[in-house]
Ligand binder design. Structure first.
Ligand code: GAL
Length: 674
């Protein structure tokens, strides 16, 4: 794997701290106050120019860089670095005047309009040329500006629109298919076009998966998802390559959204290899009661996409966002807990959207580092305190997170499982990943995510929460992992289809049958709201499930739990199969959280993985670096909590010496260097 070439923003000393800075929304007199307050808060870097194309190039070929020159000089004079945006997520109105065809078309055939952001057909040659031109201007002008520490290409590729169904995209899709399959015979075979009479005899007859009267061809839809990811990635690479040429040595990033929970179009395993520094944006789902779990998952997934190396949290919020149905304010101390939890899991800093709250536009009710309430506000005081805390943690840079286990995740499988006409609409791949992740969080395990074809031998325990689509290579990889002594947990509806959404030959789950030592004779989804019990073969407490069960026929696997009721009553529900030096657990039902925790305990014991005994709401993660080991303990609970320490050390935020126990006050974070 070709991993990040420049692991950190150029010349940035301590951990990065700051946010999106949009001074173009304010008169220039305000800028001086901005930088004064940035210094007061300990800001080290701001992201600028992300949405400024129309200001930098008010008409085609007419450039106005004066304001950005003055801004970068001002930042530099104040010791603040810039994460400089290429503004290619918002082509100006003049661009669409000449090129309305570059506005994306929906699956239903409607063209989006100008007046928001991100209205881009990624196959549009006009867009590509204009984006390259403005990026080239910026690279030439600022490639050696001393303030520029990092390039921020575009913004959150893939949202709000990723796929486009226009004629240009259709032609591009056909070229992509030509490269993938070579001949129509191959394509017809891969897409299973014998079904419903869809056989193609001319390339020109192939369309993107536009609106159809009934369920569309799943392999066609899956390939279109792959094509869309590739088309967008090509546009990133074009800008990246220009910047590498014009500004050698300055790392290039683009802000990911790795844990976006609505299905999205970016395969971050592919993207992680293309950026110099992986960066991520994360926003809490404010109404969740345990937002810390999704945050941890996002951070772990981002670190994994970065190949375990340090990464950077480029956006999160100081308080409420303004785009959810009910935008809850963060509670006192939550801002620091959120930021430090990302840092604990490998981020080299904490950045926000945005520096100063906007007075106008769509995001005026979004929180900021400098809120509408000004500096006499809780948020500002917490922002200043966090700047101090991050300053005190400067030495942790370049240290890496020590994982206990791995969880398998594949965007392609997620894309495939969400297509039409599955056995139950209630079984959702992302929900299962979230649920299994929550079980690992509750068990105080730190997990890496891994692609199912990735090398796994360093993990004693691997969980596969949802791998509906499984390639032959992944199947082989998992067999090797278990045979060599690994412990694998596989959750229901995995290993069913290949990369074309074609069912693997023989009984389900074709890609895993031999490894699991069983056959899934039939899926047995449940009615909405129906619950079933699973009784333990050893007489232990029962487990409970809803949504999904299966009729299993063991072929060598031992039964640990049986269905006590429901359609599969009396049949095996959870099994274990010993293979070579390892073992694999199979969970054929959608277990509730308690059930998942129980299975995880069994598997951890089998893997000789000792689950730490820690207070329930305390998150403990370790980073290991040249100067020592750093134990982060974040208390999300309302009571002070004691964390046992393996060795004495120094607590970096309070400068206290600590011995065998670390007391973490309610809501606080502590970081101990051993
Ligand atoms: C991000 C986006 C920012 C801002 C923020 C608000 O997804 O990159 O520009 O819109 O959301 O939460």
């Amino acid at each position: 794997m070709d991993h990040p070439r420049y692991p950190r923003p150029v010349g940035l000393g301590p951990l990065a701290y700051g946010g999106d800075y949009n001074p173009e929304q304010w008169p220039e007199e305000v800028w001086a106050e901005d930088v004064r307050l940035m210094r007061e808060a300990g800001v080290t870097m701001v992201s600028v120019g992300i949405f400024s194309w129309a200001l930098l190039e008010p008409e085609r070929g007419v450039h106005e860089f004066g304001w950005l020159d003055r801004l970068l000089d001002l930042l530099h004079a104040n010791g603040i670095r810039a994460d400089l945006g290429t503004p290619t997520v918002v082509p100006p109105a003049w661009f669409y005047r000449d090129h309305p065809e570059a506005l994306p078309v929906t699956r239903e055939g409607h063209r989006h309009a100008f007046g928001s952001r991100g209205a881009i057909c990624h196959s549009s040659p006009a867009y590509q040329a204009a984006a390259s031109a403005i990026t080239e201007q910026l690279g030439r002008r600022y490639g050696s500006h001393p303030a520029v520490a990092l390039w921020h290409v575009h913004n959150e590729y893939g949202v709000p629109v990723s796929d486009c169904y226009c004629e240009e995209s259709a032609a591009h899709f056909r070229r992509w298919l030509g490269e993938r399959y070579g001949t129509l015979k191959e394509l017809n075979c891969a897409w299973g076009t014998a079904f419903w009479g869809q056989t193609y005899t001319r390339w020109d007859d192939i369309q993107p998966p536009r609106l159809t009267p009934s369920a569309g061809n799943p392999a066609q839809q899956l390939d279109f998802a792959r094509f869309t990811n590739d088309a967008i990635l090509a546009n990133f690479k074009r800008e990246r390559d220009l910047l590498h040429r014009l500004a050698p040595g300055i790392p290039v990033t683009t802000n990911f959204m790795t844990a976006l929970s609505q299905c999205q179009s970016i395969d971050y395993w592919a993207w992680g290899r293309e950026v110099d520094l992986v960066s991520n944006d994360h926003y809490l789902v404010a109404e969740d009661h345990r937002t810390q779990i999704n945050l941890a998952m996002a951070a772990d997934l981002t670190r994994s996409v970065a190949g375990g190396r340090p990464w950077l949290l480029l956006e999160h919020s100081t308080g409420a966002v303004n785009w959810q149905p009910r935008n809850l304010a963060k509670r006192p101390g939550e801002l620091a807990r959120n930021s430090l939890a990302h840092v604990a899991r490998g981020s080299e800093g904490a950045m926000f959207f945005q520096w100063r709250a906007s007075r106008y536009g769509a995001e005026k009710f979004h929180s900021a580092m400098l809120p509408h309430a000004g500096t006499d506000s809780r948020i500002w005081r917490e922002v200043v305190a966090l700047g101090r805390d991050l300053g005190a943690l400067a030495e942790i840079r370049d240290s890496v997170v020590r994982p206990d286990a791995a969880m398998l995740w594949d965007w392609e499988s997620w894309w495939a499982q969400r297509l039409d006409w599955r056995p139950s609409i209630d079984l959702d791949a992302r929900e299962r990943a979230d649920a299994w992740y929550a079980a690992t969080w509750d068990a105080h395990l730190t997990v890496d995510f891994a692609h199912p074809e990735a090398e796994l031998s360093r993990y004693p325990l691997v969980v596969a929460p949802a791998l509906y689509l499984m390639t032959e290579a992944a199947s082989r990889n998992l067999r090797q992992y278990v045979a060599a002594g690994g412990t694998l947990v596989v959750s229901c509806f995995s290993g069913i289809v290949d990369e074309h959404d074609t069912v693997h030959p023989g009984p389900h789950p074709g890609a895993l049958r031999e490894l699991l030592g069983l056959v899934v004779e039939e899926f047995a989804p449940l009615r909405a709201g129906e619950r079933v019990a699973l009784e333990a073969a050893d007489g232990g407490p029962a487990l409970h499930a809803d949504v999904w069960t299966e009729f299993l026929l063991p072929e060598g696997a031992e039964t640990l739990y049986r269905y006590a009721d429901g359609p599969a009553a009396g049949r095996p529900a959870v099994t274990r199969h010993a293979v070579g030096g390892g073992q694999v657990y199979y969970v054929s039902a959608r277990l509730d959280g308690e059930g998942l925790s129980r299975i995880l305990q069994l598997a951890a014991a089998a893997a000789d993985l000792t689950l730490p005994r820690l207070p329930h709401d305390v998150e403990v993660v370790e980073r290991v670096g040249e100067h020592g080991r750093y134990l982060f303990a974040i208390n999300h609970g309302e009571q002070d909590a004691d964390v046992p320490l393996a060795a004495p050390g120094t607590e970096l935020l309070t400068c206290a010496e600590v011995f065998d126990t670390l007391t973490v006050p309610a809501g606080a974070t502590r970081v101990v260097r051993h």
